[in-house]
Design a protein around this ligand. Structure first.
Ligand code: NAD
Length: 380
């Protein structure tokens, strides 16, 4: 059984930790040894004492974790320094974002690290408890609504007061996957009037079941979904029609939350610069696709800007703003993956098993995922 290592995340602004004390306790009961860097859980409100009580060994710094860990768990992809510090032949488990970190994936292979990327866990029923992409999207969708509520000068619910009636805010959610559906549910709970759109045919019913209105537009004629349930890149012709339908709604919309993504591609532009001017002044756009290029043409990644009286928020790393629950969910996903890798002491699951095979990006000194290898070679 490999020694599991937990380090403090080094990305500026990151507050999450990959394993929380509760799951460390379960791993220790499962006969794993866990080494935790001092202060690793501090920014997510998990103390060294809690880790120690759960059976972890606390070590003073990251170097001491790298020296002992045979299996490193992280949230963010490791830095070049972290990869260089990892033991040759060890295992990595965490996000890897190969499109934005091709050099890191190459270095992991060169260092003979067997690297598993949580975002490559297949989205099949059996792997739902390991699906970190979904759990982080849930947190993001919830939080995006609170970010919008804070940034707008309007209240969300209908209020009847002695001073008169305040109409509810109208929230438009574009893209109703995991994050979008959670944003719809949260905005409804706050009392807003919610509208949403997604080109995948199954989504209309899910949107309506949450009490929101599905924006009426002709769905694309082309096949919009991959076998894995993801949206495909849509034709320029459809996107133009979609923009027209969105434009017709914008004069009545106070908040837009955009989540539209196409796996492995730049996010589609759903709100052009001209369309922003259609929203009533004081409106807010929270662009959750900002790290993939943004769904609004004016979005600046990681920045909040005001254009034409509209606040446009290029949200990045939203789960880090909810560190306790985001860590709790992520840690459970990691624990379930570890349990899947080591169902019994000393009998690891075969590397060819479906979930592990899909998530494994590097093994035996090579990049073993064809699409990722092509991507890394392109970046040479
Ligand atoms: P995502 O983050 O990749 O994309 C967000 C949403 O953007 C998707 O719903 C997509 O349809 C939508 N989108 C793409 N182009 C658009 C456009 N032009 N206009 C508006 N919306 C657009 O998706 P996600 O939330 O990670 O997951 C999407 C789907 O994957 C799920 O709804 C589900 O079908 C499937 N999934 C399956 C499982 C499972 O079975 N375990 C788990 C999670 C997700």
């Amino acid at each position: 059984m490999p020694v599991i290592g937990v380090v403090k995340e080094t990305l500026p602004g990151e507050t999450r930790v990959a394993l929380i004390p509760q799951n460390v306790g379960q791993l220790v009961r499962d006969k794993h040894s866990v080494v935790v860097q001092k202060g690793a859980g501090e920014s997510a409100s998990f103390s060294d004492d809690q880790y120690e009580a759960a059976g972890a060994t606390i070590v003073p710094d990251a170097a001491a974790v790298f020296g002992r860990a045979e299996l490193l768990v992280k949230v963010h992809p490791p830095s070049a320094h972290e990869v260089a510090s990892m033991r040759s032949g060890s295992i990595y488990l965490g996000f890897l974002s190969p499109a934005s970190h091709p050099a890191i994936v190459r270095s992991l292979a060169q260092q003979s690290v067997t690297a598993f990327a949580v975002e490559y866990v297949p989205r099949i029923s059996r792997a739902q408890s390991m699906d970190a992409l979904s759990s982080m999207a849930t947190v993001t969708g919830y939080r995006a609504v609170l970010i919008a509520a804070q940034a707008t000068g309007k209240m969300f619910p209908l209020l009847m007061t002695a001073a008169g009636t305040v109409p509810p805010a109208t929230v438009l959610v574009l893209g109703a996957g995991v994050a979008g559906l959670q944003a719809i549910a949260t905005a409804k709970r706050l009392g807003a009037k919610v509208e949403a759109f997604d080109p995948r045919p199954a989504v209309a019913e899910q949107v309506r079941s949450l009490g929101a209105t599905f924006v009426d537009m002709e769905l694309p004629k082309e096949d919009v979904e991959t076998a894995g349930g993801y949206a495909k890149e849509l034709s320029a012709e459809f996107l133009e029609k979609e923009q027209e339908a969105i434009a017709s709604r914008l004069p009545k919309v106070h908040v837009v939350i955009t989540t539209a993504q196409v796996f492995g591609q730049k996010a589609p532009i759903l709100i052009t610069s001209d369309m922003v001017t259609l929203m009533p002044r004081g409106g807010v756009i929270v662009d959750l696709a900002s790290e993939s290029g943004g769904n609004c043409e004016l979005t600046e990644t990681g920045k909040t800007i005001i254009r034409h009286g509209i606040t446009i928020i290029g949200a990045v790393n939203v789960p880090a703003t909810v560190p306790i629950d985001a860590s709790q969910l992520y840690s459970r996903n990691i624990y379930n993956l570890l349990k899947h890798m080591y169902p019994k002491a000393d009998t690891p699951t075969e590397p060819d098993e479906e979930i592990l095979k899909a998530a494994c990006l590097t093994r035996h000194g090579a990049i073993v995922n064809d699409a990722v290898r092509a991507l890394v070679e392109q970046g040479r």
